[in-house]
Design a protein around this ligand. Sequence first.
Ligand code: KG4
Ligand code: ZN
Length: 337
Amino acid sequence: MYVLGIETSCDETGVAIFHSKKGLISHFLHSQIAIHAEYGGVVPELASRDHIRKLVPLIQQTLKDSGLTSKDINGIAYTSGPGLIGALLVGAATARSLAWTWQIPAIAVHHMEGHLLAPMLEKNAPDFPFVALLVSGGHTLLVEVTAIGHYEILGESLDDAAGEAFDKTAKMLGLGYPGGPYLSKLAEKGTPNRFKFPRPMTNRPGLDFSFSGLKTFTKNTLLSTPQSDQDKADIALAFQQAVAETLTIKCKRALEQTQLNRLVIAGGVSANTQIRAALKTMTENKNAELFFPRLEFCTDNGAMIAYAGCQRLLTGQQESLIIEGRPRWPINELNRP
Ligand code: KG4
Ligand code: ZN
C-alpha cells in the first residue's frame, strides 16, 4: 500500500510517500523559517498562505521523484491537529480533495502520534512496549506506548513546552528563530558549571514538567550578569544543561515506574545533542535501549505522517469525508476502546 503523507501543522510543508512493505519511498520538506524569522516567531496567516503556495508543487515533486503516478497511491494521510488551524486546514482540504478525486481513502493523523512513531522509519526501530518522550515546540509529553493507538500519558508540561522554553530563552539571549538550534550552537562555547540553574519539579514525585520558572531564572541571571558573548554562552549552556538533566531524571523515573527498558525520544527538541547524550548515558547505565529518529525526522516532516497514516489504513480504519482541523487534540483520545 502506497500512502501519501501531508504535514502542514505549523511552519513546515512536508510531503512523503511511504509503502507498507518497501518503507519510505520519497520525501520533501519546505521550511518557512525565512518567512517568519524577521518576526521572531511563526505568523499564523503567513504560514497558511505559504502552505497554499507550496503544498501542491511539493506533492507533484514527491510523486515525480518516486517514479509513481497518482494511480499508484492507495491512501492519503494528513495532519489534522494539533497545530495552527489555518495551516491545518490547508493540508486537510488538499488531502480530502485529492482523495475524493483519486477515489481513495484519506485519514486524519495526530501530529504527536506522527512524532512518536518517527523512530519506526529507522532500521533500528523499537518494539512495543516503550516509553516515549515527546519534546516539540508545542508539547512536552511522557507517554507509555503499548501498541499503535494505545497511549497512556504519564506526564506533561504544566506550562511552557520544552521547545517553547528554548525559543523564549534564545530570544532573551538575542538569538534568531527558531531558538533551539541557535541556543544549542551558542552553548557549545559555554563554560561548564559557571552557573547552576534549577531542575524544576525533580525533587518531588511525579512525571510532570514545568519550564516557565527556568525561563524566569534565566532572565534574572541575564539581568544580573554583564552580557559579553562569553557570558551569554555560559548562560545558554547552564539553561540547556538544566533542561537535559530535568528530562533525563523524568525519563529515568518513567522507565522505573513502568518497568520498561525502551525509551523513544522524538520531536524537534530531540535533535539537541546534549539532551541525546544525557539520555544515552542514563539508558546505558540502566541497561535500557534508546531510540530516536534521524535528525531530519526529529522536526516536522511528511514521512512520519505517511507512516502513521499507513498503519491506521492497514487496520482498516475509515473516516467520513469531513474536512477538519483540530488545533487542540489530546493524544490519548486516539486510544481504541
Ligand atoms: O517538532 P517541531 O519541529 O515542531 C513542533 O511540532 O513544534 O519542534 C520545533 C521545536 C522548536 O521549539 C525548536 O526550537 C526546537 O524544536 N528545536 C531544538 C533543536 N532543534 C529544534 N531545540 C533544542 N535543540 C535543538 N537542536
Ligand atoms: Zn512537531
